[in-house]
Design a binder for this molecule. Structure first.
Ligand SMILES: Cc1cc2nc3c(=O)[nH]c(=O)nc-3n(C[C@H](O)[C@H](O)[C@H](O)COP(=O)(O)OP(=O)(O)OC[C@H]3O[C@@H](n4cnc5c(N)ncnc54)[C@H](O)[C@@H]3O)c2cc1C
Length: 434
């Protein structure tokens, strides 16, 4: 009997996790297609190559022989069209490629909002290998790149600022919000990160929008104009980091239902038979709880890959991601979040905030006013255990229990010991005074 052929567009974390798990469970033929790189690499560690902490080869979690050994066929090609009737893909080269089941795992692209000059030489994003190569070419040092302007204050923007500052390239950082990442973080944490960014000599401009990118006679970036003030800032590089969105323009000629991403149901099925979507490019028709319909984070791509492998190997499974969590780093400050902490507590909820006197560590908890049920925590500069918070969220413990038992969530008891008492005292004091 002919082996079923599973074709996966995208060799990122979601596509590769899927392929590995299908291989564990079956003997199906599997092809991974990518136009970006022959082998899978850790996208989250791209920054460390530019910063000199790692070489490109260190980003590859598997040796090159892994793919052959596991009979995972790799194809470097760009998919231009998907024909779901004929079950065929057409590559940019004109080659036609057949599938029995197709999985779209094509990731994200960086946003551009129609700014004049946004496609000029010297304007980059930070999403893929080619972006990194371009950055290396345009900003090897502060002689070639005398100033960079970064537009958009999210997680990738702050990574780019850190990268450039390790090569002593002056950076101006334009952030639309009142404080850094203030559309996600409460004001206290956002201000803590504002200060930290400035401590690293980044020229952070809040409530500031880009008006246009101005180019020279060769079409290369020369300066940017700021909307609010009309100020013109000379620069050699513009980093566009105002978020990412699904990289799905090549699917517009297909019959697959699209919105911002590829629309899927809980079983990760698209509108077309035998076509699925996972990872950054997938958009839930009905969002799960408070989760965004598009979850552009590493671990959810991995979970979707694991889940879909079960379905494709005869054990139908729905995507159930559990409690929200995430982590990141802002220069030297680590951030973790478990459950939901919104910029402002939701109706019927309230919060508790503690910040260390050094202004570099804090925790922020949100909880239900009436029942006192714990809803979520942000930590900055302090590491807490994921499994403990996951259990507390499942057991719906109260905020009082969380504060009392913080010790059991300590990742590093020695380090945290000194703050625990302070946090508990502040919590007790807050209870008495509110
Ligand atoms: C700089 C950076 C830092 C990040 N840091 C974090 C972090 O700290 N924590 C976290 O949780 N997440 C982080 N993320 C997000 C995380 O990396 C993504 O959520 C994850 O990599 C998405 O995986 P994916 O498999 O969905 O897609 P991707 O990894 O994007 O892979 C998709 C692949 O498909 C290819 N492709 C697309 N279209 C086609 C086509 N038509 N034909 C052929 N190939 C195609 C793409 O070129 C790409 O190689 C970061 C992202 C970036 C860019």
């Amino acid at each position: 009997m002919k082996q079923e052929h599973i074709v996966i567009i995208g060799n990122g974390i979601s596509g590769v996790t899927l392929a590995r798990h299908i291989r564990k469970l079956s003997d199906k033929r599997i092809t991974l297609i990518s136009s970006e790189s022959e082998h899978f690499f850790s996208r989250t560690a791209l920054m460390y190559v530019y910063m000199g902490h790692m070489k490109w080869n260190h980003l590859k979690p598997y040796e090159d022989k892994f793919w052959v050994k596991n009979r995972l066929e790799l194809k470097q090609a760009h998919v231009q069209h998907v024909d779901t009737q004929q079950k065929q893909l057409t590559f940019e080269s004109g080659e036609v490629f057949s599938y029995d089941k197709l999985v779209i795992a094509c990731g994200s692209k960086y946003n551009k909002f129609g700014w004049p000059g946004q496609d000029a030489k010297g304007v980059i994003g930070l999403v893929n290998k080619q972006d990194l190569e371009e950055l290396e070419e345009l900003a090897p040092n502060n002689k070639v790149c005398k100033r960079a302007v970064i537009v958009g204050g999210g997680l990738i923007g702050v990574e780019l600022a850190e990268m450039l500052s390790t090569r002593n390239i002056p950076v101006t950082f334009l952030v639309r919000e009142k404080h850094f990442w203030n559309n996600v973080l409460p004001a206290e944490e956002a201000q803590l990160i504002d200060r930290h960014i400035r401590e690293h000599h980044i020229d952070l401009r809040l409530e500031t929008n880009l008006e246009e990118i101005i180019t020279d006679e060769n079409g290369k970036v020369k300066s940017v104009k700021i909307k609010e003030t009309g100020e013109v800032l000379d620069c050699d590089l513009v980093g566009l980091t105002p978020g990412v969105s699904p990289n799905i323009s090549f699917l517009k000629s297909s019959t697959i239902d699209l919105n911002r991403g590829v629309l899927i149901n809980r079983s990760l099925e698209t509108s077309e038979t035998d076509v699925y979507a996972i990872g950054d490019c997938a958009e839930q028709r009905e969002p799960i709880g408070n989760r965004p319909p598009i979850e552009a984070v590493w671990y959810t791509g991995r979970m979707m890959g694991e889940t879909l492998a079960q379905t494709l190997c005869g054990n139908p499974m729905e995507y159930k991601p559990g409690h929200w969590f995430n982590s990141a780093k802002f220069f030297d400050i680590e951030y973790q979040t478990y459950g939901w902490v919104f910029p402002k507590p939701k109706e019927g909820q309230t919060d508790f905030y503690w910040e260390h006197e050094d202004g570099k560590k804090c925790i922020h908890i949100q909880y239900e006013k009436e029942s006192r049920i714990f809803k979520g925590i942000n930590t900055f500069g302090i590491r807490l255990r994921h499994e403990v918070f996951d259990r507390w969220l499942t057991e719906k413990v109260t905020v009082d229990e969380v504060i009392k038992n913080l010790k059991s969530a300590n990742f590093d008891p020695e380090f945290f010991k000194s703050y625990e008492k302070e946090i508990q005292n502040k919590f007790q004091y807050t209870l008495k005074t509110t």
